[in-house]
Ligand binder design. Structure first.
Ligand code: FAD
Ligand code: FES
Length: 289
């Protein structure tokens, strides 16, 4: 990272070195599903919280275990509380999910590009989320709802594997009660008592209420889900330059030094994780990149 970039980082985060974690203390843990937890954190050294733009991520570390990139899933208008939603899949995420109130973890960030929430003003906004992909899109919804008058239709299409895997259930119910918000949910596999949609998230796209010519689409989920979603959005007539995707790659430095997160000619940590689809379309189509 150049001296100029470091200076910029310090200005935004108040931290002097993006490689040095800042301590944050767990204030609250909410169990979302059997393997996914939302942690609310506050600075442990009295410093400011963590101002961020929707879509950005932090490198979150547990002492002695390691560090993992985790999207910020909280409300960007309330930066004093840092919120992360973590799915326990391996060493680091398991250690994060085991933390209880008052536990301390390290945070570097925020890093990366963000969803174009300001640029989307005046347009319809469609968010398509698969699984844990709802976490980096939740800040978008918070932002849009607190600036509701600036946007046309707002649509959230969310798919999970089963009803048990749905994140943020109380909020989903609240959002579904809004007259000025369309929230459509589907599960791959139903369970007894489920009376909602069954099928992959792309099945919700043809019936969603938005004007494709004046829509910003934001998509996050497993790569295979994103591939089919992009195809359906294009079928509906949303232009690739109005579609944004969030990519995941293994990361180490998060500041463009190590090359671990290379995605075609870009680095996901600093050029992404949010990319405009037309700018990565050529190499997104190649699976091994
Ligand atoms: C920009 C970005 C934002 C992310 N946001 C979130 C989030 O909000 N919540 C969340 O729970 N997870 C998120 N992830 C994924 C998270 O970083 C990985 O699950 C985590 O790094 C796994 O580390 P581990 O030590 O727990 O697992 P490991 O023990 O390292 O690995 C467990 C399994 O996960 C695979 N894996 C490891 N890292 C990744 C990765 N980055 N992408 C895909 N597979 C991986 C491994 O190949 C292995 O199969 C994000 C990743 C990126 C790049
Ligand atoms: S994680 Fe090191 S270059 Fe992106």
């Amino acid at each position: 990272m150049t001296a100029f970039a470091l200076e910029g980082y310090a200005r935004v985060t108040g931290a002097s070195n993006p490689m040095v974690p800042r301590p944050f203390r767990v204030q609250r843990v909410r169990k979302e599903t059997y393997d996914t937890f939302t942690l609310e954190l506050e600075s442990a050294n009295g410093a400011d919280g963590c101002p961020f733009a929707p879509g950005q991520f932090n490198m979150v570390s547990v002492f002695g275990m390691g560090e993992a990139p985790i999207s910020i899933s909280g409300d960007p208008t309330k930066p004093q509380t840092l919120v992360h939603t973590v799915r326990s899949v391996g060493v680091v995420t398991q250690a994060i999910c085991k933390l209880k109130r008052a536990g301390v973890l390290g945070v570097r960030g925020p890093f990366g590009s963000h969803w174009p929430v300001e640029e989307a003003a005046g347009n319809d906004v469609v968010m398509v989320a698969g699984g844990i992909g709802l976490a980096p899109l939740r800040p978008v919804l918070y932002y849009l709802l607190s600036n509701r008058e600036k946007y046309g239709r707002i649509v959230l299409l969310y798919g999970a594997r089963t009803p048990q895997d749905l994140l943020y259930k109380p909020e989903l119910e609240k959002w579904r009660g809004h007259f000025d918000l369309e929230v459509d949910i589907t599960v791959d596999t139903a369970e007894p008592g489920w009376r909602g949609n069954v099928g992959v998230v792309t099945t919700l796209i043809p019936g969603a209420q938005f004007d494709p010519a004046q829509t910003a689409a934001m998509v996050c989920g497993p790569e295979v889900m994103m591939r089919f979603t992009l195809r359906e959005l294009e079928v509906r007539g949303v232009a690739p330059e109005n579609i944004f995707i969030s990519m995941e790659r293994n990361m180490k430095c998060a500041v463009g030094f190590c090359g671990h997160c290379q995605f075609g000619p870009t680095f996901v940590c600093k050029d992404g994780p949010v990319f405009r689809y037309d700018q990565v379309q050529a190499f997104f189509a190649k699976r091994e990149i």
